[in-house]
Design a protein around this ligand. Structure first.
Ligand code: ADP
Length: 217
């Protein structure tokens, strides 16, 4: 059976997660204390329910335990977010993903058993900053505090050269993991694969090394 998701909090972030899952064909339960939000959510979730997630009986009655993943997308009310996470954990929910407002909130969530903590504003801010340094940087994903992955449009110095000739590994210590060309993606590029105009390189490396590559791109 396809996975079932529940999203608690139909704010901007929760709405975005819920509607995307629904569009991809998954069953999604949307929960919010605010009735207006639930009225709006009816169009893009399978079921929309008005309930307070800090009330464990309400969550039990919804059968929250049976969902494969529960996303806690409560924004400003940190106390409600923490309480909800705790209740979900105690009810035995298999996978709990929670949006954190800040690092401290995130730490608490991890300590009480959140399986994944996300920081949408922080992560988007980082991406925008990297895109500002160089419009060629399409995406930036932090893999650990030390390593990241970027998507970069091949510049004029790279176009026409083979991967080996670009010297990306020797010069920057970074590795090209994939080359995107239109709809195609070459996931194991070889040293003698040639880079075309418009190609997008997926590069992994140390943050400092990637920054040097970004600045020169
Ligand atoms: P965003 O920044 O993603 O828009 P918000 O804080 O504006 O986040 O939205 C969070 C949503 O979570 C709101 O719609 C709010 O009504 C809902 N919410 C807050 N507390 C609870 C709760 N205890 N149970 C269910 N929904 C809640």
């Amino acid at each position: 059976m396809a996975k079932q998701y529940a999203v608690i909090g139909m704010g901007r972030f929760g709405t975005s997660v819920a509607s995307e899952l629904y569009e991809m064909g998954y069953e999604v339960l949307g929960i919010d204390t605010n009735e207006d939000k639930i009225q709006d959510a009816v169009d893009f979730v399978t079921h929309a329910v008005t309930a307070d997630s800090t009330d464990d009986n309400a969550l039990k009655a919804l059968g929250i335990r049976n969902f494969d993943v529960v996303v806690v997308a409560i924004g400003a009310d940190i106390q409600a977010s923490i309480l909800t996470t705790l209740i979900l954990k105690e009810l035995g929910v298999k996978k709990i993903v929670v949006k954190a407002q800040n690092e401290l909130h995130g730490k608490v969530l991890t300590k009480i058993g959140a399986d994944k903590v996300v920081y949408p504003e922080r992560d988007m801010g980082i991406r925008v900053a990297h895109n500002l340094i160089s419009p060629n940087i399409l995406d930036y994903i932090e893999l650990s505090p030390e390593y990241s992955m970027i998507e970069i449009v091949a510049n004029h110095k790279m176009v026409g050269k083979t991967l080996q000739e670009t010297d990306i590994r020797k010069k920057y210590g970074c590795t090209v993991m994939a080359i995107k060309r239109g709809e195609d993606i070459n996931i194991s590029p070889l040293a003698n694969d040639r880079i075309d105009q418009g190609d997008i390189l997926v590069v992994i490396g140390k943050n400092d090394d990637l920054q040097t590559l970004e600045e020169e791109a």
